[in-house]
Design a protein. Structure first.
Length: 186
């Protein structure tokens, strides 16, 4: 039995990836997570999906280190329908705030994923279609996926991380968590 704890949490939209915040901000503190665990990385307030928490500091460091190449997969709803050349450009790396992102995998998702509705719903424009893409990164800069889609002309409307390392989000409901093992992730 490990002396460390590992948690898979489905972070809802509008929740900070930390236990404290300013007055009126939603944080991890409201979800009854075990004491002493911390987020292994972040999902910004506007993003949702899989967040791994642990009290194993060296594990968190290794999981987040881009040199170890642990994949993070995102389902991204964008405004407009990206063309093949746009997806290729993203996959080769784009320049964001003076930094070129590492190569990644990007693909159009042919059928919209079956997700719980977001509260509040995304903005919708009748004259502009939306599309879903899957982005798989081995790094995680601040708001990277959103900045990458914007750099190629397709603003992100909804972003959900659906896996980290070997660990899928699966059917874990928004706001729920479960204990996992280290080997479930790496």
């Amino acid at each position: 039995m490990s002396r460390f704890r590992y948690i898979a949490f489905h972070k809802p939209y509008g929740v900070l990836s930390q236990f404290t915040g300013e007055a009126g901000q939603r944080t991890l503190a409201e979800f009854g997570l075990p004491s002493g665990v911390y987020a292994a990385g972040r999902l910004d307030k506007d993003s949702e999906g899989l967040l791994v928490l642990s009290d194993d500091g060296p594990f968190i460091k290794r999981l987040l280190d881009p040199d170890h190449g642990h994949a993070r997969s995102y389902l991204v709803q964008v405004e407009g329908v990206p063309q093949a050349q746009d997806l290729k450009r993203m996959s080769q790396g784009v320049l964001i705030k003076g930094y070129r992102t590492r190569p990644c995998r990007v693909a159009l998702v042919p059928d919209p994923p079956s997700l719980e509705p977001r509260d509040p719903p995304i903005r919708a424009r009748k004259s502009i279609p939306t599309a879903w893409i899957r982005v798989v990164l081995n790094e995680g800069k601040n708001r990277q996926v959103r900045r990458m889609t914007a750099a190629v002309g397709y603003p992100t409307l909804r972003l959900l991380r659906d896996s980290m390392g070997k660990l899928p989000l699966g059917d874990l409901a928004q706001g729920c968590w479960r204990e996992i093992r280290r080997q479930d992730i790496l």
